[in-house]
Design a protein around this ligand. Structure first.
Ligand SMILES: Nc1ncnc2c1ncn2[C@@H]1O[C@H](COP(=O)(O)OP(=O)(O)OP(=O)(O)O)[C@@H](O)[C@H]1O
Ligand SMILES: [Mg+2]
Length: 252
């Protein structure tokens, strides 16, 4: 198998995906094909179901019904070729460098190769000067950079990011977006959630718009922002509040 195909798990096809919890249907018949290439931003108001959809795709939650299918040449072991970064990352009680090193050791990489990769990740994310600091004393923004470095270190084919800048100030947000851009350019497929329109405009090649557990629109980013087809998406882009209608979530 050629090197490019060795980790190719895309496309990812999800079909009629439904998720239920606490007696409610929270994700409703979502169908989409994630192809290789573009950066996908899953956009929508708080409570839309963005994080749930991401967790379903990453295999952390089990759907009530529907299909999740990885279709690439390496799809027999999809877990090995994907990673996820959460809004509030959990750091190990070790140094910054050791956090990255640990992620690599779990993948069975030998010590010399790990050393080179850790250095490269620290440099690429601007964390070199903090290499020997305990990870848990880092600021939120620095911790989020470390979470990205740790996930990127294993060279995943697909990286899921759940609101990676939600609690960060504009400067830290900008720095994280730069790292996301570098990860994309290095060949990792980015699939991320945000409720921040500005961020979606800066990052997205493709937008999936969610509301009340449904995927209401999926379009190339230019088309989405210029001519959103869905009425709720239009309202969201124009800054109008979208209400979460609780009765609609109840199971029949
Ligand atoms: N285990 C659960 N049991 C019951 N309800 C849940 C559960 N997990 C999530 N929910 C509900 O599902 C809905 C969608 O949650 P989700 O976290 O996916 O939203 P989101 O779009 O990521 O919102 P945010 O922008 O606030 O992160 C919310 O109303 C949430 O309260
Ligand atoms: Mg969320």
């Amino acid at each position: 198998m050629s090197e490019a195909l060795q980790n190719e798990i895309l496309p990812l096809e999800i079909e009629e995906l439904t998720f239920e919890a606490g007696g409610k249907r929270l994700i409703k018949e979502v169908t989409h094909k994630f192809r290789a290439g573009p950066r996908t931003v899953i956009l929508g108001p708080n409570g839309a179901g963005k994080s749930l959809l991401l967790r379903l795709c990453h295999g952390l939650l089990k759907p009530a019904s529907g299909k999740i299918r990885w279709c690439g040449a390496a799809a027999d072991d999809p877990a090995r070729h994907q990673a996820m970064v959460f809004q509030r990352p959990v750091m190990l009680r070790r140094t910054v460098a050791a956090n990255i090193d640990y992620a690599l050791s779990l993948r069975g990489m030998d010590r010399d190769a790990r050393k080179v990769r850790v250095e490269k990740m620290l440099e690429s994310t601007g964390l070199s000067r903090l290499a020997n600091s305990p990870a848990r004393v880092l600021s939120f923004g620095e911790q989020q950079k470390l979470a990205l470095a740790r996930a990127w270190a294993v060279k995943p084919r697909v990286l899921f990011l759940d609101e990676p800048t939600a609690s960060l100030d504009p400067a830290a947000t900008h720095a994280i977006e730069d790292v996301i851009d570098a990860i994309h350019k290095a060949g990792t497929r980015i699939i991320m959630t945000t409720h921040d329109l500005g961020q979606a405009r800066r990052i997205a090649d493709e937008v999936l718009f969610m509301h009340r557990g449904r995927l209401l629109e999926s379009s190339p980013a230019d088309a989405f922002f210029e001519r959103p087809e869905d009425e709720q998406a239009r309202a969201f882009i124009h800054g109008e509040l979208l209400w979460w209608d609780q009765p609609e979530t109840r199971l029949q």
